[in-house]
Ligand binder design. Structure first.
Ligand SMILES: [Zn+2]
Ligand SMILES: [Zn+2]
Length: 412
């Protein structure tokens, strides 16, 4: 029979890589504890409608990239392509913001998109998501940015820079959108085919088109910051003031946009020197309109997502994270010593030690080779000699010193 391999675009995270993932997860939990953010674990599958409404029918994700299927109960189901829609669904369903309380949440886990697999892009990929729901004020915007900054700093990333913009609100954006449509309509011939399509569906997305010709045109386009209403201007100014107060470095970038209508006011990306100039480590912003879209309730919210695969790649380039090595390796040299060593291992483990051993009998030479390979700090050797003396030999692998350990408690 032939062997069965994994699904295209679905990768194993092997033991050699796991320490990088664990390190990232540990920093997420640590920063979240300090910022009073709680973990929410929504299911990985939701009703398809949630994503169609939450991400927008007209986006590439919903049109082409969703893992959707009809289950045996005729329910249309989708493996989550991103976390926000499910988190918002959960917050609304369980009334987590009842009584005007703001919830600060984080979530980590796999997401799924039917994309062409390539380097750093898989069909199952992982994201960290941070969302605060129930607070419309600028303090929370900066608190979220500060969480992100501390997290990236905690991973050891350097030269962090926040790119910041305001996308306005339902008061001021429609007029700006009209200006934009007018501007691009006059230049429609020069836009790339994607942007010609966007002009109808989603003109804001033209602003962050990567096409060279489009970028030339966008340079002269009107910018939202010149057309913010009074409240949006106040909010934006306060965000900048609070970033200064915390000493967080930022740059205003008027070309930073989010394509969907429910995004409001603060939008941001964080760049790091470790990634080169153009690409962001994380991006997010305020989405005050999404809850209404999904559940009819008006709950302001802000959040962002970070791809974990990319962070793992970065960490691997920067520094090795040592796998945890055992405190003890048990080298068993005779059949009779096996149960004694097995009992001793249990006792050591009960006392919190990391103990390795493979419950085979072998020569001293072959056992020591395995002990070396395990990276254990100490090797405990038990053979017939040791049983006779009721003393095991404990070798410190670094210092090459030997001591003895009383075996009597482990011998029947
Ligand atoms: Zn406004
Ligand atoms: Zn374009």
């Amino acid at each position: 029979m032939s062997t069965i391999n994994s699904i295209k675009g679905f990768k194993d995270i092997l033991p050699a890589d796991a320490p990088f993932w664990q390190f990232i997860e540990k920093v997420v939990r640590d920063v979240s504890r300090r910022y009073d953010f709680e973990e929410l674990r929504p299911p990985i599958a939701e009703k398809t409608e949630i994503f169609a409404r939450g991400i927008g029918e007209a986006t590439d994700i919903v049109e082409k990239e969703m893992y959707s299927f009809v289950d045996k109960g005729e329910e249309r189901i989708t493996l989550r392509p991103e976390a926000t829609a499910g988190i918002v669904r959960s917050v609304l369903e369980h009334h987590l913001t009842a009584g005007g309380r703001a919830v600060r949440l984080f979530c980590m886990g796999p997401m799924f998109r039917y994309e062409k697999p390539q380097k750093g892009r898989q069909r199952q990929f992982h994201q960290i998501d941070v969302e605060v729901l129930g607070d419309a004020g600028p303090y929370v915007d900066v608190e979220v940015l500060s969480w992100l900054n501390d997290f990236l700093h905690g991973l050891g990333l350097t030269g962090l820079m926040i790119n910041l913009n305001s996308l306005g609100c339902p008061e001021c954006r429609p007029a700006f959108r009209e200006l934009l449509v007018k501007f691009f309509t006059a230049r429609v011939e020069s836009l790339c085919p994607d942007c010609q399509r966007r002009l109808e569906m989603n003109p804001l997305r033209i602003i962050d088109c990567k096409n060279e010709k489009c970028r030339e045109i966008v340079k002269d386009a009107p910018i939202m910051l010149d057309h913010l209403c009074g409240d949006c201007t106040d909010h934006f100014n306060k965000v900048k003031e609070l970033l200064d107060l915390l000493g967080l470095k930022y740059k205003v970038n008027p070309f930073l946009v989010r394509g969907l209508d429910y995004y409001t006011r603060t939008a941001f990306e964080v760049l790091s020197d470790d990634l080169g100039s153009q690409s962001a480590v994380a991006g997010g912003g305020r989405y005050d309109g999404l809850c209404k879209e999904l559940g009819g309730v008006d709950i302001p919210a802000i959040g962002f997502a970070i791809g974990m695969e990319r962070l793992v790649m970065l960490l691997k380039e920067k520094a090795a994270i040592e796998a945890q090595t055992p405190d003890y390796y048990l080298a068993v040299l005779s059949e009779a010593a096996l149960p004694v060593a097995f009992k001793l291992a249990k006792d050591l483990r009960d006392n919190g030690h990391h103990v390795a051993g493979d419950w085979e009998v072998g020569s001293l030479k072959s056992r020591m080779k395995k002990a070396d390979k395990s990276g254990a700090a100490k090797t405990i050797m038990i053979g017939d000699d040791e049983l006779g003396r009721k003393q095991a030999v404990v070798r410190d692998m670094q210092a090459h010193e030997q001591t003895e350990l009383d075996l009597a408690p482990y011998m029947a």
